[in-house]
Design a protein around this ligand. Structure first.
Ligand code: FAD
Length: 305
């Protein structure tokens, strides 16, 4: 059954992984996936590097996910990809039993001003995949509850989402959004625009100060609510969380305390999203099974119906 069909019947749980850069990381990944699979996620997705830098590893990770007994969803971008290249790569995924994708424009590599490929936008990629592969591939697309950083307006971005649906996309995976009031406004807007695709909500666990600030601001301009800012300030590591050798004598303790508080914050956010009746919780697992295990167990996501 298609994931988008399942989402209409129940709230799904899924995880997102990235291909590790090192051989050691790759060797450890099957163990991580095995741990994550104890929660019986309906799927696990794997990111796709800018310019296809990790294409081979991405396929290896998809195979690990398959071997662990769940559905792999590969992210796929327009960056540096030609029509023919896209066709060949997707056929290769299909030949290896991977028939779910997240169709993205892709993050532009540093210094680039365009995709450097045949398609400028995810809408074009979705239309092309449908034309070339019919219904052989289930297609997820990105949605940005706060509006994509370079969109003209939130309304224009919602119109793009509707276009993705009209071009054949099946469901939405969202960009992280900590601003719940904004998320509700977006839900309302997409409803009014006729977007009926299920919404699988992307959740970035708050585990580390520098990573949290980086995720919010390096590309996405995500709002950090006051409560989250308070946590970051409360456990601030001096001179700043990005410093590799902080002079703050309490740095190790603050890191640990911040993670504990961040996990509690993440669990509350999951509660709020679940209460809104979203179609799925997609946890960016960051290749960390221990923290994810705490979040899943304490949130009751697999035990509370
Ligand atoms: P698009 O939908 O194409 O939108 C990009 C911008 O162009 C938006 O501002 C939109 O409003 C505008 N736009 C779109 N179509 C049109 C049009 N026809 N006319 C005019 N304007 C238009 N990136 C990676 O590189 N690898 C990954 O693995 C990856 N995984 C991700 C996973 C999730 C869940 C999410 C939400 C994002 C992920 N990204 C990843 C990031 C994503 O590639 C970036 O956010 C990228 O900047 C935009 O991708 P998109 O598919 O949303 O682009």
């Amino acid at each position: 059954m298609k994931l988008s069909e399942m989402m209409k019947e129940k709230q799904l749980l899924s995880f997102e992984l990235f291909p590790p850069k090192t051989d050691k990381g790759m060797a450890n990944l099957p163990g991580t996936i095995e741990k994550l699979c104890e929660f019986k996620p309906e799927y696990i997705s794997c990111t796709y590097g800018a310019g296809g830098t990790n294409v081979g590893k991405n396929m290896d990770v998809c195979k690990m996910i398959q071997d662990a007994g769940t559905v792999p969803v590969t992210h796929f971008t327009c960056i540096g990809n030609t029509r023919e290249g896209i066709k060949d790569q997707l056929q290769n995924y299909l030949d290896n039993g991977v028939d779910h994708m997240l169709a993205l424009r892709g993050d532009l590599p540093f210094g680039w001003t365009g995709t450097g490929g045949d398609f400028k936008y995810a809408t074009d990629l979705v239309a092309y995949v449908r034309k070339e592969f019919g219904d052989k591939i289930e297609i997820a697309v990105a949605g940005s509850p706060e509006g994509h950083i370079s969109c003209r307006s939130l309304d224009a971005d919602v119109a793009v989402l509707k276009q993705k649906q009209d071009n054949g996309a099946d469901y939405i995976m969202t960009q992280l959004c900590w601003d719940m009031e904004q998320f509700k406004r977006w839900q309302d807007k997409i409803d009014k625009a006729g977007v009926t695709m299920p919404v699988d909500v992307g959740i970035m666990p708050i585990l580390d100060q520098a990573a949290t600030i980086n995720m919010a601001l390096s590309r996405n301009a995500c709002v950090m609510p006051r409560a989250l800012c308070e946590l970051i300030s409360k456990y601030w590591i001096f001179p700043n969380p990005f410093d590799k050798e902080p002079f703050d004598a309490a740095a190790a303790q603050k890191k640990e305390d911040f993670k504990k508080a961040g996990i509690e914050y993440t669990i509350k956010q999951i509660d709020e999203y679940r209460a809104l009746g979203v179609n799925g919780i997609h946890l960016y697992a960051l290749n960390k099974w221990k923290d994810v295990t705490d979040i899943i167990n304490e949130s009751g996501i697999r035990t509370l119906v």
